[in-house]
Design a protein around this ligand. Sequence first.
Ligand SMILES: NC(=O)c1ccc[n+]([C@@H]2O[C@H](COP(=O)([O-])OP(=O)(O)OC[C@H]3O[C@@H](n4cnc5c(N)ncnc54)[C@H](OP(=O)(O)O)[C@@H]3O)[C@@H](O)[C@H]2O)c1
Length: 263
Amino acid sequence: MLHHHIPLARWIRVALLLVALLASPGWAADDPTVLITGANRGIGLELARQYAERDWFVIATARRPDAADDLKAIQAEHPRLEIVQLDVTDHARIDALAAQWQDRPIDILINNAGISGGHENAKFGQMNYDTYYQVHAVNVIGPTKMAEALLPSIAQSDQKKIINITSGQGSIADTWGCCTFYRSSKASLNMVSRNLSLELKRQGITVGLISPGFVRTNFTPGLDHPAMISPEQSASMVIAVIDDYDLEKTGTFMAHDGRELPW
Ligand SMILES: NC(=O)c1ccc[n+]([C@@H]2O[C@H](COP(=O)([O-])OP(=O)(O)OC[C@H]3O[C@@H](n4cnc5c(N)ncnc54)[C@H](OP(=O)(O)O)[C@@H]3O)[C@@H](O)[C@H]2O)c1
Protein backbone atom coordinates (compact mmCIF):
# COMPACT_ATOMS: atom_id res chain seq x y z
CA MET A 1 0.00 0.00 0.00
CA LEU A 2 1.05 3.58 -0.68
CA HIS A 3 1.61 4.59 2.91
CA HIS A 4 4.25 1.89 3.31
CA HIS A 5 6.50 3.96 1.07
CA ILE A 6 6.26 7.04 3.26
CA PRO A 7 8.88 7.14 6.02
CA LEU A 8 7.57 6.81 9.56
CA ALA A 9 9.29 10.06 10.56
CA ARG A 10 7.17 11.96 8.04
CA TRP A 11 3.94 10.40 9.36
CA ILE A 12 4.93 11.36 12.88
CA ARG A 13 5.66 14.93 11.78
CA VAL A 14 2.29 15.23 10.05
CA ALA A 15 0.51 13.77 13.10
CA LEU A 16 2.29 16.18 15.45
CA LEU A 17 1.42 19.08 13.19
CA LEU A 18 -2.26 18.08 13.16
CA VAL A 19 -2.30 17.81 16.95
CA ALA A 20 -0.69 21.26 17.18
CA LEU A 21 -3.22 22.69 14.75
CA LEU A 22 -6.17 21.25 16.65
CA ALA A 23 -4.76 22.57 19.92
CA SER A 24 -4.47 26.13 18.56
CA PRO A 25 -7.33 27.13 16.29
CA GLY A 26 -5.58 30.40 15.24
CA TRP A 27 -2.87 28.52 13.42
CA ALA A 28 -2.92 27.69 9.75
CA ALA A 29 -0.87 24.87 8.27
CA ASP A 30 0.15 27.11 5.38
CA ASP A 31 1.68 29.80 7.60
CA PRO A 32 5.19 30.57 6.36
CA THR A 33 8.35 28.82 7.49
CA VAL A 34 11.64 30.57 8.18
CA LEU A 35 14.97 28.86 8.84
CA ILE A 36 17.57 30.87 10.77
CA THR A 37 21.15 29.70 11.27
CA GLY A 38 23.04 30.64 14.44
CA ALA A 39 19.75 31.31 16.22
CA ASN A 40 20.86 30.56 19.79
CA ARG A 41 22.13 34.08 20.54
CA GLY A 42 22.60 37.58 19.21
CA ILE A 43 20.70 38.76 16.16
CA GLY A 44 19.68 35.22 15.15
CA LEU A 45 17.96 34.66 18.50
CA GLU A 46 15.95 37.87 18.12
CA LEU A 47 15.02 37.02 14.54
CA ALA A 48 13.76 33.66 15.82
CA ARG A 49 11.77 35.32 18.61
CA GLN A 50 10.15 37.89 16.35
CA TYR A 51 9.16 35.39 13.63
CA ALA A 52 7.80 33.09 16.36
CA GLU A 53 5.74 36.02 17.66
CA ARG A 54 4.30 36.34 14.16
CA ASP A 55 3.17 32.71 14.51
CA TRP A 56 5.43 31.51 11.73
CA PHE A 57 6.97 28.06 11.72
CA VAL A 58 10.54 28.75 12.83
CA ILE A 59 13.41 26.34 12.28
CA ALA A 60 16.05 27.74 14.60
CA THR A 61 19.45 26.13 14.22
CA ALA A 62 22.15 25.99 16.86
CA ARG A 63 25.49 24.22 17.04
CA ARG A 64 24.65 23.00 20.54
CA PRO A 65 20.90 22.77 21.11
CA ASP A 66 21.51 21.45 24.65
CA ALA A 67 23.00 24.80 25.59
CA ALA A 68 20.42 26.89 23.70
CA ASP A 69 18.50 27.97 26.81
CA ASP A 70 17.24 31.26 25.38
CA LEU A 71 15.83 29.47 22.34
CA LYS A 72 14.20 26.87 24.56
CA ALA A 73 12.51 29.68 26.51
CA ILE A 74 11.05 31.04 23.25
CA GLN A 75 9.98 27.53 22.25
CA ALA A 76 8.11 27.14 25.54
CA GLU A 77 5.91 30.09 24.49
CA HIS A 78 5.85 29.25 20.78
CA PRO A 79 5.76 25.49 20.17
CA ARG A 80 5.97 25.95 16.40
CA LEU A 81 9.61 26.92 16.91
CA GLU A 82 11.82 23.91 16.29
CA ILE A 83 15.43 23.73 17.45
CA VAL A 84 17.70 21.88 15.05
CA GLN A 85 21.37 21.04 15.50
CA LEU A 86 23.55 22.52 12.77
CA ASP A 87 27.11 23.64 12.32
CA VAL A 88 27.11 25.34 8.92
CA THR A 89 30.55 23.95 8.11
CA ASP A 90 29.16 20.40 8.34
CA HIS A 91 28.07 19.75 4.77
CA ALA A 92 27.00 16.16 5.44
CA ARG A 93 24.61 17.43 8.10
CA ILE A 94 23.26 20.10 5.72
CA ASP A 95 22.64 17.42 3.08
CA ALA A 96 20.91 15.16 5.62
CA LEU A 97 18.58 17.97 6.71
CA ALA A 98 17.84 18.91 3.11
CA ALA A 99 16.91 15.29 2.36
CA GLN A 100 14.70 15.16 5.46
CA TRP A 101 12.93 18.39 4.37
CA GLN A 102 12.74 17.67 0.63
CA ASP A 103 8.92 17.93 0.65
CA ARG A 104 8.79 20.76 3.17
CA PRO A 105 8.48 24.33 1.91
CA ILE A 106 10.90 26.80 3.47
CA ASP A 107 9.79 30.35 2.66
CA ILE A 108 12.83 32.18 3.94
CA LEU A 109 16.33 30.89 4.56
CA ILE A 110 18.25 33.36 6.71
CA ASN A 111 21.97 32.65 6.70
CA ASN A 112 22.79 34.53 9.87
CA ALA A 113 25.59 32.48 11.51
CA GLY A 114 28.88 34.30 11.23
CA ILE A 115 32.26 34.79 12.89
CA SER A 116 34.90 37.53 12.76
CA GLY A 117 37.96 35.40 13.40
CA GLY A 118 39.33 38.06 15.77
CA HIS A 119 41.45 41.12 15.00
CA GLU A 120 44.78 39.72 16.17
CA ASN A 121 44.51 36.67 13.89
CA ALA A 122 43.92 38.89 10.85
CA LYS A 123 46.91 41.24 11.28
CA PHE A 124 49.05 41.25 8.18
CA GLY A 125 52.50 39.89 9.10
CA GLN A 126 51.06 37.45 11.66
CA MET A 127 48.01 36.05 9.91
CA ASN A 128 46.53 32.85 11.25
CA TYR A 129 45.57 30.97 8.10
CA ASP A 130 43.59 28.26 9.89
CA THR A 131 41.35 31.03 11.18
CA TYR A 132 41.20 32.58 7.71
CA TYR A 133 39.89 29.27 6.29
CA GLN A 134 37.40 28.95 9.14
CA VAL A 135 36.00 32.46 8.63
CA HIS A 136 35.36 31.71 4.98
CA ALA A 137 33.97 28.24 5.77
CA VAL A 138 31.37 29.78 8.11
CA ASN A 139 30.63 33.13 6.43
CA VAL A 140 30.78 32.25 2.73
CA ILE A 141 30.80 28.54 2.01
CA GLY A 142 28.25 27.69 4.73
CA PRO A 143 25.57 30.07 3.37
CA THR A 144 26.30 28.95 -0.19
CA LYS A 145 25.96 25.28 0.71
CA MET A 146 22.76 25.99 2.68
CA ALA A 147 21.20 27.75 -0.30
CA GLU A 148 22.24 25.00 -2.70
CA ALA A 149 21.07 22.11 -0.53
CA LEU A 150 17.78 23.73 0.51
CA LEU A 151 16.88 25.08 -2.91
CA PRO A 152 14.13 22.46 -3.49
CA SER A 153 12.46 23.46 -0.19
CA ILE A 154 12.79 27.17 -0.96
CA ALA A 155 11.52 26.72 -4.52
CA GLN A 156 8.32 24.99 -3.36
CA SER A 157 7.47 27.76 -0.84
CA ASP A 158 5.29 30.84 -1.37
CA GLN A 159 7.86 33.52 -0.54
CA LYS A 160 11.03 31.94 -1.97
CA LYS A 161 13.67 34.10 -0.29
CA ILE A 162 17.31 33.49 0.55
CA ILE A 163 18.57 36.20 2.89
CA ASN A 164 22.25 36.44 3.67
CA ILE A 165 23.23 38.50 6.69
CA THR A 166 26.24 40.42 5.51
CA SER A 167 27.96 43.51 6.89
CA GLY A 168 28.76 47.05 5.84
CA GLN A 169 32.33 45.85 6.40
CA GLY A 170 31.94 43.77 3.25
CA SER A 171 31.75 46.94 1.18
CA ILE A 172 34.94 47.43 -0.85
CA ALA A 173 33.92 51.02 -1.63
CA ASP A 174 33.54 51.92 2.06
CA THR A 175 36.50 50.10 3.58
CA TRP A 176 39.08 51.96 5.65
CA GLY A 177 41.41 49.00 6.22
CA CYS A 178 41.57 46.45 9.05
CA CYS A 179 39.76 43.16 9.61
CA THR A 180 40.83 41.51 6.36
CA PHE A 181 39.45 38.04 7.17
CA TYR A 182 36.00 39.29 8.05
CA ARG A 183 35.77 41.99 5.40
CA SER A 184 36.93 39.68 2.62
CA SER A 185 34.48 36.99 3.74
CA LYS A 186 31.52 39.37 3.63
CA ALA A 187 32.66 40.87 0.30
CA SER A 188 32.80 37.31 -1.02
CA LEU A 189 29.35 36.54 0.40
CA ASN A 190 28.11 39.66 -1.39
CA MET A 191 29.47 38.42 -4.71
CA VAL A 192 28.07 34.92 -4.21
CA SER A 193 24.67 36.41 -3.38
CA ARG A 194 24.67 38.81 -6.31
CA ASN A 195 25.55 35.95 -8.67
CA LEU A 196 22.92 33.67 -7.14
CA SER A 197 20.29 36.38 -7.45
CA LEU A 198 20.86 36.44 -11.22
CA GLU A 199 20.89 32.65 -11.52
CA LEU A 200 17.76 32.13 -9.42
CA LYS A 201 15.61 35.03 -10.63
CA ARG A 202 13.98 32.99 -13.37
CA GLN A 203 12.90 30.45 -10.73
CA GLY A 204 11.18 33.27 -8.86
CA ILE A 205 13.66 33.12 -5.99
CA THR A 206 14.73 36.38 -4.32
CA VAL A 207 18.23 36.68 -2.89
CA GLY A 208 18.75 39.43 -0.32
CA LEU A 209 21.84 40.81 1.37
CA ILE A 210 21.25 42.68 4.61
CA SER A 211 23.70 44.38 6.93
CA PRO A 212 22.07 44.27 10.37
CA GLY A 213 23.62 47.50 11.73
CA PHE A 214 26.13 47.93 14.53
CA VAL A 215 24.61 45.61 17.09
CA ARG A 216 25.36 44.96 20.75
CA THR A 217 26.05 41.20 20.74
CA ASN A 218 28.85 38.85 21.63
CA PHE A 219 30.22 39.41 18.14
CA THR A 220 32.12 42.35 19.62
CA PRO A 221 32.38 41.28 23.27
CA GLY A 222 32.71 44.13 25.73
CA LEU A 223 32.28 46.81 23.09
CA ASP A 224 29.70 49.48 23.80
CA HIS A 225 29.35 52.44 21.49
CA PRO A 226 26.57 55.05 21.31
CA ALA A 227 25.93 54.09 17.67
CA MET A 228 25.14 50.49 18.63
CA ILE A 229 21.59 49.18 18.56
CA SER A 230 20.08 46.26 20.44
CA PRO A 231 19.58 42.84 18.82
CA GLU A 232 15.81 43.40 19.20
CA GLN A 233 15.97 46.67 17.22
CA SER A 234 18.24 45.14 14.60
CA ALA A 235 16.02 42.07 14.12
CA SER A 236 12.84 44.09 13.70
CA MET A 237 14.50 46.36 11.13
CA VAL A 238 16.03 43.39 9.30
CA ILE A 239 12.61 41.69 9.18
CA ALA A 240 11.07 44.85 7.69
CA VAL A 241 13.74 44.81 4.96
CA ILE A 242 13.09 41.10 4.34
CA ASP A 243 9.33 41.78 4.06
CA ASP A 244 10.12 44.39 1.45
CA TYR A 245 12.50 42.25 -0.62
CA ASP A 246 11.03 40.95 -3.83
CA LEU A 247 12.23 39.89 -7.27
CA GLU A 248 12.53 43.55 -8.28
CA LYS A 249 15.05 44.11 -5.49
CA THR A 250 16.81 40.77 -5.72
CA GLY A 251 20.60 40.97 -5.49
CA THR A 252 20.74 44.40 -3.85
CA PHE A 253 22.94 45.12 -0.82
CA MET A 254 20.76 46.68 1.88
CA ALA A 255 21.30 48.15 5.31
CA HIS A 256 18.93 47.35 8.18
CA ASP A 257 17.37 50.80 7.81
CA GLY A 258 16.39 50.19 4.18
CA ARG A 259 19.27 52.15 2.59
CA GLU A 260 21.04 50.55 -0.35
CA LEU A 261 24.77 50.18 0.39
CA PRO A 262 27.67 50.66 -2.05
CA TRP A 263 29.46 47.51 -3.16
N1 LIG B 1 26.88 42.46 15.73
C1 LIG B 1 27.15 43.31 14.74
O1 LIG B 1 27.41 44.51 14.96
C2 LIG B 1 27.11 42.83 13.31
C3 LIG B 1 27.35 43.78 12.32
C4 LIG B 1 27.31 43.40 10.98
C5 LIG B 1 27.03 42.07 10.67
N2 LIG B 1 26.83 41.16 11.65
C6 LIG B 1 26.51 39.78 11.24
O2 LIG B 1 25.33 39.35 11.86
C7 LIG B 1 25.36 37.92 12.02
C8 LIG B 1 25.01 37.57 13.45
O3 LIG B 1 25.96 38.20 14.29
P1 LIG B 1 25.74 38.43 15.86
O4 LIG B 1 26.16 39.82 16.14
O5 LIG B 1 24.40 37.95 16.28
O6 LIG B 1 26.90 37.46 16.40
P2 LIG B 1 27.01 36.49 17.67
O7 LIG B 1 26.21 37.02 18.81
O8 LIG B 1 28.46 36.26 17.82
O9 LIG B 1 26.28 35.15 17.14
C9 LIG B 1 26.84 34.40 16.11
C10 LIG B 1 26.00 33.18 15.88
O10 LIG B 1 26.62 32.40 14.83
C11 LIG B 1 26.75 31.07 15.31
N3 LIG B 1 27.84 30.35 14.66
C12 LIG B 1 29.17 30.62 14.69
N4 LIG B 1 29.85 29.69 14.00
C13 LIG B 1 28.93 28.81 13.52
C14 LIG B 1 28.99 27.63 12.75
N5 LIG B 1 30.15 27.11 12.31
N6 LIG B 1 27.82 26.99 12.45
C15 LIG B 1 26.64 27.46 12.88
N7 LIG B 1 26.52 28.55 13.65
C16 LIG B 1 27.65 29.22 13.95
C17 LIG B 1 26.97 31.21 16.80
O11 LIG B 1 26.74 29.97 17.43
P3 LIG B 1 27.55 29.54 18.79
O12 LIG B 1 26.80 30.16 19.93
O13 LIG B 1 27.50 28.06 18.77
O14 LIG B 1 28.95 30.09 18.67
C18 LIG B 1 25.92 32.27 17.11
O15 LIG B 1 24.64 31.69 17.16
C19 LIG B 1 26.76 37.48 11.58
O16 LIG B 1 26.71 37.00 10.25
C20 LIG B 1 27.57 38.76 11.64
O17 LIG B 1 28.65 38.75 10.72
C21 LIG B 1 26.85 41.51 12.97
